[in-house]
Design a protein around this ligand. Structure first.
Ligand code: MN3
Length: 204
């Protein structure tokens, strides 16, 4: 058993013009594939670990053999983060969420506009490479925070609900240093139905 690179849920050019096809091809086919390969390489000598769900491994890194702990943190995080990232985007995305997710956002941030502003601000302010998250805690409360590198909310006891990759590899070909433009465009492809499913699953 080994972790497998999940296929993109849409063609590589489907998120144009917001996310360009060349970036998607490299991001999925090289970066995500690379994290997957290195994760598997780290686990190959450790019987049973590759059978566990990735979120379980990430939630309890301290239980892993020390010699693979950092590799699993970086590449297991990269594996899981990108798996979520493709799914929370869609060519039919954009707009605003509805239902229970909309109510939870309203309750946590007062309005969708406030949420969006706070999330975008966190993305603009993140120094170096990392991710911005909308996460749910154990009680189902929503929050926004950032993680460095490929660190995952699972490492902090949170469930990721929506994630934005702000590594330069996610946007530099099209947007160069204009990270705020990338973030503004990305809202047009957010798949709120998938985000709502993540939120519902986080409460179970
Ligand atoms: Mn990435």
């Amino acid at each position: 058993m080994a972790f497998e690179l999940p296929p993109l849920p849409y063609p590589e050019d489907a998120l144009e013009p917001h996310i360009d096809a060349r970036t998607m091809t490299l991001h999925h086919g090289k970066h995500h594939a690379g994290y997957t390969k290195k994760l598997n390489a780290a686990l190959v000598e450790h019987e049973g670990l590759a059978e566990k769900p990735i979120e379980e491994l990430l939630a309890d890194l301290g239980s892993l053999p020390e010699e693979i702990r950092m590799v699993v943190r970086n590449n297991g995080g990269g594996y899981a983060n990108h798996d979520l990232f493709w799914k929370v985007m869609s060519p039919e995305g954009g707009g605003e969420p509805g239902g229970a997710l909309a109510a939870a956002i309203q309750s946590a941030f007062d309005s969708f506009a406030n949420f969006q502003e706070a999330f975008s601000k966190a993305a603009a302010g993140l120094f170096g490479s990392g991710w911005v998250w909308l996460y749910a805690d154990g009680a189902g409360n929503l929050g926004i925070y950032t993680t460095p590198n490929q660190d995952s909310p699972y490492m902090d006891g949170y469930t990721p609900v929506l994630g934005l990759d702000v590594w330069e590899h996610a946007y530099y070909l099209k947007y160069q240093n204009r990270r705020p433009d990338y973030v503004a465009a990305w809202w047009n492809v957010v798949n709120w139905e998938a985000v709502a499913q993540n939120y519902a699953a986080a409460q179970k």
